[in-house]
Design a binder for this molecule. Structure first.
Ligand code: KET
Length: 461
């Protein structure tokens, strides 16, 4: 630190002491003028100080704006009546409006009419009625891991907070190969979250540009070649951004490789119920791994399947392998997670978890939630069919079967970055540069416009 900056604060604090003591005793005009003299004398020094920083540009360079949230901002600022938001993965109804799930409205009503509710802190691990049902939702109520007491669950700040907590736990305690293997491509935030806690990321091939499907060969080869005991991040269903998932048979092969290599699986589940519309089917890969006795981590988001995006409801689960010491292992893991949680967020937010918990704990509301999920996934599937047939009718060059083959919230269209930018500039269509579209941004009113805009950029580029 330069000497001038250490000297200056000391002088400044002397002044303020003098000022306050002279104000306290009824101050004379001579002492006031003496203070103002000293203050003006010091002014240049303090203004020099204001321009010095511990964070100059070579230390804290200007970071680029988050691409996805930047896109949302640009969309909001666009005044065209034709504008279309196909960026963020958030469900929209057929009028292009955010949808508050009817079952969420009901749960909200129940909560607001409960005279016993208050705003006290949640326990460090969150609302137990919520976390235990979240575990059942993911792993199945009769999961061997739950029955044998080999699982621990802790409420988090939605899915991002869960991935972060898992990353932090691994950074502190994982003694295998600390490189986290993520799919190429993956949710962009994965890289940041792991890198921020000092865990490097590497990529395994995932998307085959030619078939616009899974590059299973490339994926399995990379996992075989990765150093033993690497961390492998997996999307259990509705892969973001590609909409391409392994089949159950492929999952079984992946599990065999992961077992053989002693890799450590970390699942990021943000779309349960969104892929097939069926909560159990969308959990099949995870449940298979648990049945096989893997030790694993899982981040669970309720942002999309409950439409609780901004309420940040989520859960982190750790499961350990069966064996005589399993219950003791999981208790130790839980105790450390509690310490990490306490120092990071102290305890998680209540509202979203209360809503989800109300639904998860009431069979009638749960059944209604499943209907709401079917409404969302059904509308998305119908948009896939409509988009594919419109592009085929228009004779847009290329094949478009991948639009209906891919599942979940997104479609990885295969549009190039140049085409994406032209769509934004010429047609006010907002999507990420990698050609991903959020299918829920399409509806019966704007799909023609979108298909024609795509046709135009594909035929004239
Ligand atoms: N994991 C995946 C795979 C994912 O796509 C998201 C969100 C999250 C975790 C985090 O969700 P949270 O809201 O923290 O529960 N994806 C969408 C939104 C975002 O990027 O924040 C998206 O890709 O559009």
């Amino acid at each position: 630190m330069p000497p001038s900056s250490t000297a200056a604060p000391a002088r400044t604090s002397n002044i303020s002491t003098t000022t306050s003591s002279s104000t306290a005793s009824s101050s004379s005009s001579s002492s006031l003028s003496r203070i103002s003299n000293i203050a003006s004398h010091l002014a240049p020094a303090s203004s020099t100080m204001a321009s010095t920083t511990n964070f100059p540009a070579d230390v804290v360079p200007q970071a680029p704006e988050d691409p996805l949230f930047g896109l949302m901002r640009a969309f909001r600022a666009d005044e065209s009546p034709d504008k279309m938001d196909l960026g963020i993965g958030a469900y929209r109804d057929d009028n292009g409006k955010p949808w508050v799930l009817p079952v969420v409205k009901k749960a909200d009503e129940i909560l607001r009419n409960n005279p016993d509710l208050n705003h006290e802190y949640a326990p460090i691990a969150g609302i137990q009625a919520f976390t235990s049902k979240s575990a059942e939702l993911m792993f199945g109520a009769d999961s061997p891991a739950l029955k044998e007491g080999r699982a621990t669950s802790i409420q988090t700040i939605s899915g991002t907070g869960a991935v972060h907590l898992g990353a932090l736990f691994l950074a502190k305690f994982y003694k295998g190969n600390r490189t986290v293997y993520v799919s190429n491509p993956t949710w962009a935030n994965h890289h940041q979250i792991f890198n921020n806690v000092g865990l490097p990321t590497a990529q395994y091939p995932y998307f085959d540009k030619k078939t616009k499907g899974l590059d299973f060969e490339g994926m399995t080869q990379a996992l075989r070649e990765a150093p033993d005991r690497s961390v492998v991040l997996l999307h259990p269903c509705a892969h973001n951004p590609t909409g391409v998932d392994p089949t159950l048979d492929q999952w079984k092969e992946l599990a065999a490789i992961i077992r053989q290599k002693n890799h450590f699986p970390f699942f990021d589940s943000a779309y349960q119920g969104f892929a097939s519309g069926n909560l159990v089917r969308d959990a099949a890969a995870v449940r298979y791994f648990v049945e096989q006795g893997f030790e694993l981590l899982l981040a669970q988001s309720f942002a999309k399947n409950f439409g609780l995006y901004g309420e940040r409801a989520g859960c982190f689960h750790a499961i350990t392998s069966p064996g005589p010491g399993a219950a003791e292992t999981i208790a130790r893991i839980a105790s450390q997670l509690a310490i990490l949680q306490r120092s990071e967020i102290s305890n998680p937010p209540l509202y979203g978890a209360r809503i989800a918990s109300t639904v998860l704990n009431d069979p009638k509301l749960f059944a209604e939630w499943e209907e709401n999920l079917a409404t969302m996934s059904g509308r998305i599937i119908s948009m896939r069919k409509a988009l594919r047939s419109k592009l085929e009718e228009l004779g847009t060059p290329g094949t478009w079967n991948h639009i209906t083959d891919q599942i979940g919230m997104f479609s990885f269209t295969g549009l190039t970055e140049e085409q994406v930018l032209r769509l934004r500039n010429e047609a006010h269509v907002y999507m990420t540069k990698n050609g991903r579209i959020s299918m829920a941004g399409l509806n019966t009113k704007n799909i023609d416009y979108f298909a024609k805009a795509v046709h135009k950029v594909v035929t004239t580029s």
